[in-house]
Design a protein around this ligand. Structure first.
Ligand code: UDP
Length: 193
């Protein structure tokens, strides 16, 4: 996957379809994958918080989410191909997961929101294998991680808002044998409507 450095971060420089193809290859090979969709808000925040900056650098892919990042890349003379929003990327991954039979776990949001969002996603992707879901107001992190480990999902979408979701993924990646992990911010609220 081609990357281009913009403001000290190696962003993927790809269209969404090629990127999803790349992710499909990683899923097929059961490679652990950590995706961060970085908008200007996240980049600004990371500028003030070196620990969060290190978390971003640990991701396998930094996706340019937000027109600001793409505009900045042009001004700096290192243009990125296109903006890929976290929401669009999630939808494309769900589509691919349904087609290829990859199981998905949804973590985050209020209990009634995540339940409703999971139901809507199942309606949109009828053949999708939903391994499970859990709200994002975590009381017992160990219990939650064990539950997810037992269900062995291929893909885990984490909607705790940033920086919490990226910190959670960074902290727990070592606890899983495989899986694609991606922060999805407030996407569950949007999906639940
Ligand atoms: N959220 C959560 N657990 C928390 C904090 C937030 O699950 O401890 C959820 C919240 O319910 C919402 C999502 O994270 O669905 C995004 O929250 P917020 O609007 O604060 O973050 P942003 O969208 O700005 O990243």
């Amino acid at each position: 996957m081609k990357t281009t450095e913009v403001m000290d971060y190696h962003f993927i420089n790809s269209d969404i379809n090629s990127f999803v193809q790349d992710l499909n290859n990683r899923l097929a090979n059961r490679l652990k994958t950590f995706i961060i969709t970085a908008n200007p808000e996240i980049i600004m925040y990371a500028g003030e918080d070196p620990e969060f900056r290190d978390v971003i650098h640990k991701a396998d892919y930094i996706v340019p989410d937000g027109a600001g990042v793409v505009i900045a890349s042009r001004i700096l003379g290192t243009p990125l191909m296109e903006r890929i929003t976290g929401f669009d990327l999630m939808q494309e991954i769900l589509k691919a997961a349904e087609k290829k039979g990859y199981s998905v776990y949804f973590l985050g949001a209020e209990p009634e929101v995540i339940e409703k969002a999971a139901g809507k996603i199942q309606g949109d992707f009828p053949q999708l294998n939903i391994a499970g879901y859990h709200h994002g107001y975590i009381e017992d992190d160990t219990e939650l991680v064990n539950e997810i480990r037992e269900k062995k999902p291929d893909i885990v979408f984490v909607g705790l808002g940033f920086p919490k979701q990226e910190q959670w993924i960074n902290q727990h990646l070592k606890d899983f044998n495989h899986g694609l992990f991606m922060g999805v911010g407030g996407s569950y609220d949007v999906i639940a409507g």
